[in-house]
Ligand binder design. Structure first.
Ligand code: NDP
Ligand code: 8X3
Length: 259
């Protein structure tokens, strides 16, 4: 088993949902954290709680992963201070809009591609060389079942998560010859702020997504991520797919399941 005590873990998108839940699990396990997101106020509250509760080091930074210059500066700071992460959790991501492709909104498309694909690339490009040079490290990408199967009106979000799948596979090939591990955790429906963001703040519509069945929670995903990063060094959980029991594939869902 790989122990997390004293190890440095960088979580992108740590201010909510899956990233926040993973940060809590990592802190409980004794890791030191570097937490990035745009909403610094949320990170401040989380960092205070985790420092008080678990006693590890928690460093927060307001980083938009789309801002390449900022990512370059923040990554350089980590390298210079000897804190190349042992684990990089590329979690920051979003869906924006839910339209047929012929009615899609360019701003939504840019937001998804710039965050889910280019943002993940920015962070990986700046930190992976230092894992490779050191010979160890673990990159975990949060993909999605949406990166395995498309659904109506998922189009560009699906494409971005198919890209994450390709990047996980490609990165894993490119670090051959080192002990660096590259993994993907790919959930189905998880009740977080995801649908609120997708529907541009329409809470009622967002809540409707999760009605009539038990979706995954962010903690369910964090349990899986913790499992992935604590395997012994010779084990790489390459791609873990998790679904709510009621979700049979990306769009076949047993709603109103018996309790
Ligand atoms: P949330 O909306 O709850 O959380 C998203 C997180 O990403 C927030 O912390 C947000 O922080 C951060 N984020 C978004 N854009 C940026 C950015 N440009 N730079 C830095 N941080 C950013 O959603 P989830 O927790 O559900 O989503 C996390 C990941 O899980 C995403 O990659 C998503 O695609 C994936 N996923 C989600 C599923 C679901 O059903 N919920 C299922 C499968 C995968 P802030 O706004 O403060 O920047
Ligand atoms: C999020 C899951 O099915 O809403 O990646 O796209 S889904």
């Amino acid at each position: 088993m790989t122990k997390l005590e004293g190890r440095w873990i960088l979580v992108t998108g740590a201010s909510a949902g899956i990233g926040e839940a993973c940060s809590r699990r990592f802190a409980e396990s004794g890791a030191n954290l570097i937490l990035w997101a745009r909403r610094l106020d949320r990170l401040e509250i989380l960092a205070t709680e985790l420092r008080d509760r678990d006693g590890g080091e928690v460093e927060i930074r307001q980083v938009d992963v789309r801002d390449r210059d900022r990512v370059i500066r923040e990554a350089a700071d980590l390298v210079e201070s000897g804190r190349v992460p042992d684990v990089l959790l590329n979690n920051a991501g979003l869906a924006s809009g839910f339209d047929s492709i012929h009615e899609g909104d360019y701003a939504d498309w840019d937001r998804m591609i710039d965050t889910n694909v280019k943002g993940l690339l920015n962070v990986t490009r700046e930190l992976l060389p230092h894992m490779v040079a050191r010979g160890t490290g673990h990159v975990v990408n949060i993909g999605s079942t949406a990166g395995h199967q498309v659904y109506p009106k998922g189009n560009v979000y699906n494409a971005s998560k198919f890209a994450v799948k390709a990047l996980t596979e490609g990165t894993n090939l490119d670090v051959a010859g080192t002990k660096v591990r590259v993994s993907s955790v790919d959930p189905g429906f998880v009740q977080t702020e995801f649908s609120r963001v997708r529907f541009h703040g329409d809470d009622e519509r967002a809540e409707g997504v999760y009605e009539g069945f038990a979706p995954l929670t962010a903690d369910d995903v964090a349990d899986c991520v913790l499992f992935v990063v604590t395997r012994p060094p010779h084990v790489n959980v390459f791609d873990m797919i998790l679904l709510p029991t009621a979700q049979r594939n990306v769009y076949v869902l047993d709603r109103d399941e018996p309790a």
